[in-house]
Design a protein around this ligand. Structure first.
Ligand code: SF4
Length: 402
């Protein structure tokens, strides 16, 4: 039986996809190893044929070793349209390959190609703002084992991004790609990361008028979060990654040594009190630690009023965990269904912000396609629809420059 769009998204994250040489990708977004490396795949949009969501965006792994043995392959072309074929039973799933925006090949006033400043990951603009994460420069290295930031910054993306680079790229993305949200992330910078990002937030809010998300290592001086909210930050996310303390220390040695897990939860709780319900996220990776811990992490995040962002573990090329196996479809399906149910139980208004589709993860509202159709499901979906309508003027105001 064919998979629904969210099930296909999950299976593609777990198995990847083959790209035959004779399939042209002309005009499509190129594979871009930016940020922690998760954006290493091919961007596609899967029509859902569901009232719950029109399309589901997926950054499909294609360059990793596991993708070479995937049952899925891309077929078709730019003229006739694309489909993903499952060679196990010849099921064809029509998909869309979003075009690379024209601004990717333009330059900022400092002559830096804009695609080296920011990239589209789904429908939002992603920019790694900080210098390379300090965990990569420690001796011995303390980087997270799944991460490739230390190899990407300065290679696939510009090492230094000035405020004007960022503002000009945000402008182009807003005007030409209808972007509503820019996500500024960065690695560990001691106690300077939040201070460093402030002028970027201020400039984007004043000159461009986008929703701004910040994802940086947590810092102990929580007044920095208050200051960023005063500057207009709309969203914070905190990359806890793993809940099991042993797995956390093994996979994220820098985070375990310098931060400790409780700082992630404390910072999340503080920011959840500052911002509207559901504006803060806790990011975790499914497929490394035992699944029960992942489900527990989801429950702890939603109990704080934050929503879970659940990445499917991807053994990216060049990462210390490059040769690790990918998780199973069944396990990840269980996790994603739990994620949606947890959001429903806590009345989190997921999927409310305008035009924010994240291709790197299974968005909480993607997982509505996995949920049991109970009375609770329909009541929650009606609530989400009303929340979307009620929030429109609020987001409209927050996206005004000045
Ligand atoms: S904190 Fe970990 S995941 Fe984030 S950039 Fe540094 S090494 Fe990579």
């Amino acid at each position: 039986m064919p998979l629904n769009a969210c099930e296909l998204e999950i299976d593609l994250f777990c198995r990847g996809m083959r790209l035959p040489d004779d399939v042209s990708l002309a005009g499509a977004r190129s594979v871009s190893r930016t940020r922690a490396g998760l954006g290493s795949g091919l961007e596609i949009a899967v029509p859902s044929r569901s009232m719950l969501k029109r399309e589901i965006w997926v950054n499909v792994p294609v360059v990793e070793r596991f993708a070479r043995s995937s049952p899925y392959r891309l077929a078709g072309g730019p003229q006739e349209g694309y489909a993903i074929v499952d060679d196990r039973d010849t099921t064809r799933y029509p998909v869309r390959l979003p075009a690379a925006p024209a601004w990717y090949s333009r330059q900022t006033s400092r002559d830096v190609p804009m695609h080296r400043i920011g990239v589209l990951q789904g429908t939002y603009l992603a920019i790694y703002v900080n210098p390379v994460c300090a965990f990569w420069n420690a001796d011995p290295r303390l980087n997270c084992k799944f991460c490739t930031t230390g190899q990407n910054v300065g290679a696939a993306e510009a090492a230094t991004k000035t405020i004007s680079d960022v503002v000009e790229t945000c402008w182009a993305a807003k005007q030409e790609s209808d972007v509503t949200f820019v996500h500024l992330n960065g690695g560990f910078q001691g106690t300077h990361g939040l201070e460093f990002i402030k002028p970027y937030v201020k400039a984007i809010k004043e000159s461009v008028g986008l929703l701004v998300g910040v994802q940086l290592a947590p810092e102990r001086d929580f007044t920095k979060y208050d200051e960023l909210v005063a500057l207009g930050v709309d969203h914070f996310s905190f990359c806890l990654e793993l809940l099991d303390p042993d797995w956390f220390a093994r996979v994220c040695p820098g985070k375990a040594r310098v931060h400790g897990q409780s700082l992630y939860f404390d910072a999340m709780a503080h920011c959840a009190r500052l911002l509207p319900h559901g504006a803060v996220a806790g990011e975790i990776i499914a497929g490394i630690e035992p699944m029960a811990r992942t489900l527990e992490a989801i429950d702890r995040i939603v109990a704080l009023g934050a929503f879970p962002t659940v990445c499917v573990f991807r053994p990216t090329v060049g990462a210390d965990m490059e040769s690790w196996p990918t998780p199973s479809y069944e396990e990840i399906r269980t996790v994603m269904r739990h994620m949606y149910d947890a959001c429903r139980r806590h009345w989190l208004p997921i999927g409310v912000a305008p035009n924010i589709e994240v291709s790197l993860v299974v968005n909480p509202d993607d997982a509505a396609l996995l949920a049991k159709r109970t009375a609770g499901f329909y009541v929650y979906e009606a609530y989400r629809r009303l929340a979307r309508i009620a929030a429109r003027p609020i987001f409209g105001r927050r996206m005004r420059a000045g």
